[in-house]
Design a protein around this ligand. Structure first.
Ligand SMILES: [Zn+2]
Length: 997
């Protein structure tokens, strides 16, 4: 869709509002089954009827295509809805009823014989009846409520009779129209069949096609190709109640709309007639459009009109045009959706596309889009404010490393800072980095606890757009198509940064943010993170002592299976330049042979960097590479077979069978050396093959992996290049000039590898599973690329663990043209961040929580002295053991209430400390999976040390064999087993077994 402005309506007879409200196309979807003829919606979906008869059902939240309803053999011209049912009127003379929740076909209604296409359809709520406007000029009444009054057998016989009658008639009739109105065998399958009875048919309601219908309580208005608008009174059927004054000539009435006692009629001439229904007088003819007005829609006392030339206009209550939307092609259908503070206009087009426009600003009387964005509450689509913010943020060409774009980077940074402030950050500011580099955006949201913090890392700088002609839409104007948004930076990394920011802001606003969260969003990531480390180190106090570093700056392995990234390669960049002392290019015919050849020398050096197999020739290069053990190889094979089965379309899966696991190994966990480009000093055209260049230069990079040392490899590369160069120079001592090597080797990023079995990763996995409704854990993947900040941050903030939660799919085209991200992935990404950061908090009210904790604690504590503690001698120390009662705690059915369990444990430990004072070892023993989750949470909250887990906490399943045996031998004399087992709802036998399992 093209973009939008509000502009004076050319050739219009009405004056134009001076204020230009704006709107934007938020999404374009493609139906791919011909022109979109009709649009309807409910809470969850938008339904679009197409020329080929299919009805596309798109989700309103993610724009994902949920279903395509098939059945009509002609175009789907009209749609109507009641609370649970969608009715579609087809070119085949049938109305189909669909369950709007399950999207299944319910039944079929056959219009009268030879009705032609059902061009318009309206549902009368008060009568639970449908009115059909037909191509054969008839109006037809069908009682949905009374549809079963005629027995099924009778209906089927009548259908059969019609079929036979049709074939008799067909000999004489033979119109194309008739051909599609005959019942076909497929109509009799599966679903119930109904017929409009003859008594419900008003023949010749108009002297032309009945293009438009509108219901207002018991009154129905119909508009025809005869240029007449008729008024009907509904009771058991329709009775003619009058006719509005005829339009001057036979101009089709294509669309009708009603607002506040005014009837609007969209005409073939491009005009809109406005009638006062009380007086039945035409009060105005608006020179609205230059072509056929196919559709009208009313929302908040604003009338939207759309025409076949692609022009959409909005009219306010004083009948003046308030704005205009220029769309790409003819608009045949319209729907205005007013949902929770947002108004979306849906336009159905002749080119089979459907577009969604945010017209909230337009109908709110020209309220500025930015104002709407930063309004107090989020309304409308899920993530609307986030998507609007993203659209605004993408407009800044924040390309790092380009001096003339530095002001743009700064503007992008300021935008983010302001957004953080408006979203409730207690501190939001720009932190200047080293001279010449872009500032860091810092933001802090307070949590309920003061101590441990979460550190969110991301970047607002982007890669250049490259050749903009290769983009389907402008790279710095976000554009939505088929469930994706396109634009530079939407996936890398502006979209994921905003998803995380909005997650944190929402938790903060709801008082659910557990730990403080600090944001560190840099502006030099694509440029080697220049100045980042110095700046963080200098402002260390701002960042506290984070335990969790959260980022989302990578991609899924495929398209459909959520992933969690736990490793990335490091990188070294090198520039190798060979120059001669002669300082100028020379003619090869004159000097060739007598002078040194810098490019030949460079080629020689490059040739000595790697074998044809790819193995790097730098001595000692491969020494540090960690060997692949059997478990890792097996895990890789599992991963490949899983993704291959699930995700055959993923672009990553291009290799032949069996090679993919090796390929992933090469990409993720083996080192690699790349020669990016070679350049020569000659300024003449490259085709000038008579010059000996005075200098030649190559860019090279190396990806390093565990356990290579970044600096050691950089040094080895340097000395290897020097060594090869010296060998070349030494072999040729008689040249007229001298060669010099200028070598720059820069370590950019260290490799990063996390342990995916740690609590932080297990918790992140759970959040992903929960949000996506997965049975299995997300795929654990690595990436071949590098993010310099990650390993650095982990080493700088001792004890912090980085988690990379990829939001984008493998087809996101980061760094390439047409970069995009799935809206669903962004919305779910935001939810995952919320789930992760909101842990320990439940939906219980504080009052309920306190009550439950008190009750449970009382029960536990009252039993403690008898059941829970005993003394054992281990080596030389005396150990109090408290198995039984904590086993009991975990045995309480707390469902998904981790917080509750945690708080009970806290309370209990407090009491134990008071009672015993010198507890030197405390074993918490749990008998089910949830226990692991709780331990993870405690560790992440800083309440337990992972390293101390073995001594402070011993999880049942981790007990070693010896200890299990000891326990079994020792007997249970000290414990009231009957009592404990009973409270844990186990038999004594089961209880014992749980200790020795
Ligand atoms: Zn990038």
């Amino acid at each position: 869709m093209s973009s939008i402005s509000s502009s004076p309506s050319l050739g219009s007879s009405t004056p134009v509002q001076p204020q230009p409200p704006t709107t934007s196309c938020v999404q374009t979807l493609t139906a791919r089954s011909g022109a979109v003829l009709s649009v309807a919606y409910n809470q969850s979906y938008v339904f679009c009827g197409s020329q080929q008869g299919s009805i596309h059902v798109w989700r309103r939240d993610t724009y994902r295509l949920e279903a395509t309803l098939e059945g009509h053999s002609g175009g789907c011209h009209s749609l109507a809805v009641d609370s649970n049912t969608l009715f579609s009127g087809g070119g085949d003379g049938r109305v189909r009823a669909w369950d709007m929740h399950t999207l299944r076909a319910l039944y079929v209604i056959h219009a009268g014989v030879n009705s032609g296409a059902i061009l318009s359809l309206v549902y009368l709520h008060s009568h639970r009846a449908l009115v059909l406007g037909c191509q054969n000029t008839s109006l037809q009444w069908f009682s949905v409520a009374g549809r079963d009054a005629v027995p099924r057998d009778t209906r089927m016989r009548e259908l059969q009779a019609r079929r036979l009658r049709f074939f008799d008639d067909a000999i004489g009739v033979c119109t194309a129209q008739a051909a599609v109105t005959s019942p076909t065998p497929s109509d009799y399958e599966d679903v119930d069949q109904y017929l409009v009875s003859d008594s419900g048919i008003i023949d010749y309601a108009h002297s032309g096609y009945v293009y438009s219908l509108l219901a207002d309580g018991d009154v129905v208005y119909s508009g025809g190709s005869d240029g007449v608008i008729k008024v009907w009174q509904a009771s058991q059927g329709l009775a003619l109640a009058g006719e509005l004054e005829r339009v001057a000539s036979d101009v089709s009435v294509q669309a009708l709309a009603l607002d506040d006692g005014l009837l609007f009629a969209g005409l073939q001439s491009g005009q809109i007639d406005v009638w006062d229904l009380e007086t039945r007088q035409r009060i105005r003819t608006l020179a609205a459009h230059g072509a056929n007005v196919f559709a009208l829609s009313v929302v908040r006392h604003c009338v939207f009109s759309a025409s076949s030339d692609g022009d959409v206009r909005v009219w306010c209550s004083d009948l003046q045009t308030m704005g205009q939307i220029r769309t790409a092609g003819s608009v045949l259908a319209l729907a205005a959706i007013d949902a929770a503070g947002e108004v979306l206009l849906v336009t159905g087009h002749g080119d089979s596309s459907v577009a969604f426009w945010d017209v909230t600003g337009m109908v709110a009387g020209g309220r500025d889009a930015a104002q709407a964005l930063l309004g107090p509450a989020e309304g409308g689509r899920p993530g609307r404010r986030m998507m609007q913010a993203l659209a605004q943020w993408v407009r800044f060409r924040s390309v790092s490393g380009v001096p003339e774009l530095q002001p743009e980077c700064r503007r992008a940074a300021r935008f983010l800072r302001d957004l953080m402030q408006q979203l409730g950050a207690t501190d939001a500011r720009l932190v200047s980095s080293t001279p010449g580099s872009n500032p860091i955006v810092y933001g802090r949201f307070e949590g309920r606890q003061a101590q441990a913090a979460v550190f969110v890392y991301g970047h607002y700088d982007v890669m250049p757009a490259g050749d903009e002609s290769r983009w389907a839409s402008a790279p710095f104007e976000m554009s939505g198509r088929d469930g994706y948004v396109y634009g530079r930076g939407v996936s890398d990394d502006k979209g994921p940064v905003l998803a995380t920011l909005f997650a944190v802001a929402e938790l903060h606003a709801a008082g659910l943010l557990q730990m403080p969260v600090v944001f560190c969003i840099e502006g030099e990531e694509e440029h080697g993170s220049v100045g980042l480390y110095e700046t963080i180190a200098e402002h260390r106090a701002l960042f506290g002592e984070p335990r969790l570093i959260l980022l989302s700056s990578s991609y899924w392995l495929g398209e459909s299976t959520p992933c969690l990234t736990y490793g990335m390669r490091g990188s070294i960049r090198a520039t190798i330049r060979v120059e001669t002392s002669r300082n100028a290019d020379v003619h090869s015919g004159v000097w060739g042979g007598a002078v040194n050849e810098p490019l030949t020398c460079l080629a020689h050096v490059l040739a000595q960097l790697a074998e044809p197999s790819g193995r790097v020739l730098v001595p000692g290069f491969h020494d540090g590479v960690r060997a692949v053990d059997a478990a890792e190889a097996a895990a890789m094979r599992d991963l490949v077979s899983f993704v291959s089965a699930r995700d055959a379309a993923a672009p990553v899966l291009v290799s032949a069978d069996g090679a993919l696991d090796r390929q992933l190994m090469q990409r993720w966990r083996q080192p690699a050396l790349t020669v990016h480009h070679v350049d020569v000093s000659t300024v003449a055209a490259p085709s000038n093959a008579t010059l000996v260049p005075a200098a030649a230069q190559a860019s090279v990079s190396v990806r390093v992996v565990p356990d290579q040392s970044l600096h050691d490899i950089a040094e080895k590369l340097r000395s290897h290049v020097e060594h090869v160069f010296e060998g070349f120079v030494g072999a040729r001592g008689d040249a007229l000039d001298a060669l010099a090597l200028k070598l720059d080797v820069t370590p950019i990023a260290d490799w990063w590898l996390a342990d995916p079995q740690t609590p932080v990763y297990r918790a992140a996995s759970r959040a992903i599973r929960e949000e996506w409704g997965m049975d299995d854990d997300p795929l654990l993947i690595r990436e071949g690329g590098s993010i310099p900040a990650v390993p650095w941050l982990e080493s700088f903030f001792t004890g912090a663990v980085a988690v990379n939660l990829p939001m984008g799919q493998s087809s996101d085209n980061a760094h390439l043209d047409n970069e995009r991200i799935s809206i669903e992935n962004l919305l779910r990404g935001r939810q995952i961040a919320k789930l992760r950061l909101a842990k320990w908090y439940t939906t219980l009210t504080p009052k309920e929580k306190t009550k439950t904790i008190k009750e449970v604690s009382l029960v536990v504590l009252s039993r403690k002295p008898k059941q829970c503690n005993f003394i054992e001698h281990r080596d030389t120390k005396v150990v109090y053991r408290k198995y039984a009662s904590l086993y009991f705690i975990a045995g309480i059915d707390l469902d998904d209430n981790e917080l509750l369990t945690l708080e009970i444990i806290h309370r209990y430990v407090e009491v134990l400390d008071r009672s015993f004072g010198n507890v030197c070892e405390l074993d918490l023993i749990f008998n089910f999976q949830r226990a692991y989750f709780i331990l993870d949470e405690m560790i992440m909250a800083g309440e337990l040390q992972e390293s101390g887990k073995g001594t402070v906490l011993r999880v049942l399943a981790q007990m070693d064999e010896t200890e299990a045996a000891e326990n079994a031998e020792r007997g249970w004399a000290d414990i009231n087993l009957e009592g404990v087992a009973k409270t844990a709802m186990l038999t004594v036998q089961e209880f014992k077994q749980s200790f020795t399992r």
